[in-house]
Ligand binder design. Structure first.
Ligand code: FAD
Length: 388
């Protein structure tokens, strides 16, 4: 356990994997990270997957542990509350806290991930391999099987310890199921809603066109739009909408006419700010929203962390924050002097699982809360006037 010559494999260099690599490198382990995608610092990874995120105190606590909080804060935009937009274009502010100076932060996924990769790579004991996709893991013998995405060459590597930080579709988690070595409980539940990202560009001086001090929400009952500010003056807008229910849904919004009609009717003020609405709507992907719960998170010297262990819907803005907190809690357990990795992993799961189960359920509840804010009497009255 204290043998720092042990080799550690991390599958997935996303937000959780890159922070974990940094922390384990700081603790002195030899760390190799294998990531299926190209290096996002060199290649623009296609848009459409939560371009920016809300970073809260839970996430910042883990960044602080790893000495990168201040660097992250430099690329954050503080949001002091939510600004609701009703169907008539009126706005209502609702601050996150009554206390002065409390806010959450809007941060670019790409910039934050790049920061963490840079910090991890500063350590000589870290190597990061891109375009290497894990196909499966022999969890009995700590062997991971990969394919090089550029050459199609297949290879395997053996490590003392393996962490699966490979997101909601985790290959390590799938190997727990397919290898059938133990009783593994697993559930994956999708909402009937998906999401699509759009953009409010900055003005010609790269200034924000609506207040950057708020997370903007256009709640409309069965669907909603939200927008978080970016450093370049733009906002990333996310539409949450049913795939197949209601008058408007992702399955029937397939022509320029229906898209325009939908936005003119429901979000006229937002529509005025999204010049490329039709192209973006038709070309940007529609993503699913799901919750993954499973147990146990570990087998022998392997452990699931981040979304691989507990993917949640984004309505509390806590998926990344919880994944960062995983690294914080694991670090605390590593300080407790256990003799072997499996004991560390079991203690970690015991300390952590109830919290991630709770945030998964809260995130679903908040989906209904945010969406149905339209039930607020003020909003109801406005809609009534509009209908009359
Ligand atoms: P991921 O970010 O999914 O990273 C996994 C990495 O593993 C990726 O780099 C992937 O390429 C790689 N990988 C996958 N498979 C393999 C393989 N087989 N071999 C090698 N590498 C592999 N969270 C917040 O805290 N705040 C928010 O505001 C927020 N907003 C969100 C909005 C939306 C629309 C969505 C969908 C999510 C949001 N989240 C938010 C959740 C957040 O995105 C996730 O919780 C977070 O990305 C989890 O990090 P991760 O590293 O565990 O997984």
């Amino acid at each position: 356990m204290n043998n720092k010559n042990e080799s550690v494999l991390i599958i997935g260099a996303g937000l959780c994997g890159s922070l974990l690599a940094l922390r384990l490198a700081q603790r002195g382990y030899k760390v190799a990270v294998y990531e299926s995608r190209p290096d996002l610092r060199k290649v623009a990874i296609s848009a459409g997957r939560s371009i920016n995120l809300a970073l809260s105190d839970r996430g910042l606590k883990a960044l602080r542990l790893c000495g990168v909080e201040e660097k992250a804060r430099k690329i954050c935009i503080p949001m002091k509350g939510r600004l609701m937009h009703d169907a008539l274009g009126n706005t209502f502010a609702s601050n996150y806290s009554g206390r002065e100076g409390e806010f959450i932060n809007s941060i670019s996924r790409g910039d934050l991930n790049a920061l963490l990769l840079n910090e991890a790579e500063k350590h000589k004991n870290v190597t990061i391999h891109f375009n290497q996709k894990c196909k499966k893991v022999d969890i009995e013998n700590n062997i991971a099987f990969f394919i090089d995405e550029e050459t199609n060459e297949e290879f395997s590597v053996t490590f003392d310890v393996i962490f699966g930080t490979d997101g909601a579709g985790s290959v390590l988690r799938k190997s727990y199921i397919s290898e059938r070595k133990f009783l593994f409980s697993y559930s994956q539940n999708y909402l009937n809603h998906g999401y699509k990202e759009l953009e409010i560009p900055g003005d010609k001086n790269r200034n924000h066109q609506i207040s950057k001090e708020y997370l903007h929400i256009w709640p409309r009952g069965d669907f909603m739009l939200i927008a978080l500010p970016n450093m370049d003056g733009s906002f990333t807008v996310t539409l949450f909408l049913s795939y197949d229910e209601g008058e408007f849904n992702f399955n029937n919004l397939t022509s320029e006419e229906t898209i325009t009609k939908f936005f003119e009717q429901e979000f006229p003020d937002a529509l005025a700010l999204i010049p490329n609405i039709k192209e973006e709507f038709l070309n940007n992907p529609t993503g699913p929203l799901g919750t993954v719960k499973c147990a146990p998170w570990c087998y022998k010297n392997t452990l699931l962390l981040g979304d691989a262990a507990h993917a949640i819907v984004p309505f509390y803005g806590q998926g990344m924050n919880a994944s960062f907190e995983d690294v914080f809690v694991l670090d605390e357990i590593l300080n407790q002097g256990f003799e072997d990795w499996n004991s560390v992993f079991k203690a970690y799961q015991k300390a952590r699982k109830k919290d991630t189960d709770a945030i998964a359920d809260l995130a679903i509840d908040n989906f209904y809360e945010m969406r149905d804010h339209v039930a607020n009497p003020l909003f109801k009255e406005k809609r009534k006037i509009e209908m009359d």
